[in-house]
Design a protein around this ligand. Structure first.
Ligand code: DHB
Ligand code: FE
Length: 255
């Protein structure tokens, strides 16, 4: 690690210094930037701030070495492995969501040659139909809109749930202020479904699927749209079908 620090940090400092020089940044601006960073710390927004601006970049770097399905950001709301019960039929939803739009999430997990991966595990999580995450917002029990599916002999999985909606990242603090008031951006993510796929001998894949023609698709505040996982519109028996396939790379050799 310390070799890496020596490699990376001087370049990082050089890049920041070059930017300050390029724009002739003044003492006053320097002080304002420092006050801003102090506010990010004091409001507990360090993870939000760092993720909003840099998480997608680390994913992009990770993707350079992937031949199969590209990864996407994890986001802050996976919780932990214990929050995922094995589901065969339907992810649990709150009683008040009983009449919300149905969704079927299905697909196949294969290796990079297209061979089915049987017994692969897929953790799925998404927002409620009113844009909240269980276990995080409004005291919603962590079991809702989450579950683990296991692929069958053909590597296939299928599970029902309720349709999520676009999600607004917290915008009342300094991160939202920077995005909305100073950078002319916004704090919305398109409706999405999170996945974490695992199979023996394969590299873990964390990614997200988006809804074709959904609001904010292609204009995500986290700058993370992977257009290969924007799923075409398909309705079957009144349910929006999200067909999401994953090709998993071989596990990385342990150095
Ligand atoms: C954030 C929330 C998400 O649900 C997500 O997928 C990515 C980021 C956030 O609050 O930063
Ligand atoms: Fe999310």
């Amino acid at each position: 690690m310390s070799d890496r620090v020596k490699e990376v940090v001087p370049d990082l400092i050089y890049a920041i210094r070059s930017t300050l020089k390029k724009h002739g940044v003044t003492f006053e601006e320097y002080g304002a930037a420092m006050q801003y960073l102090i506010r990010v710390q004091e409001t507990g927004e360090v993870p939000l701030f760092v993720d909003a601006f840099f998480n997608a970049t680390i994913v992009e770097i990770d993707n350079v070495t992937r031949e199969g399905t590209q990864a996407d950001i994890q986001g802050p709301y996976y919780l932990n492995s214990e929050a995922y019960q094995i589901i065969s039929e339907r992810l649990p939803h709150r009683p008040i969501d009983e009449n919300a739009q149905d969704m079927v999430i299905r697909g196949q997990i294969t290796d990079t040659d297209g061979n089915p991966l049987a017994g692969a595990e897929l953790d799925i999580w998404h927002s409620t139909p009113d844009g909240l995450y269980s276990g995080v917002h409004d005291g919603i029990d962590a079991k809702y809109c989450r579950g683990r599916v296991i692929t069958d002999a053909q590597g296939r999985y299928s599970v029902k749930s309720k349709l999520p909606v676009p999600y607004q990242i917290p915008n009342q603090g300094p991160t939202g202020e920077l995005l909305e008031q100073h950078l002319g951006r916004h704090s919305w993510r398109p409706a999405h479904i999170h996945f974490w796929a695992r199979a023996d001998g394969r590299r873990d894949l964390i990614n997200q699927a988006y809804f074709e023609n959904g609001e904010w698709v292609g204009d995500d505040c986290c700058e993370t749209d992977h257009l290969d996982l924007v799923v075409p519109e398909l309705i079957e028996n009144g349910a929006r079908v999200m067909e999401v396939n994953f090709a998993l790379d071989p596990a990385l050799a342990i150095a």
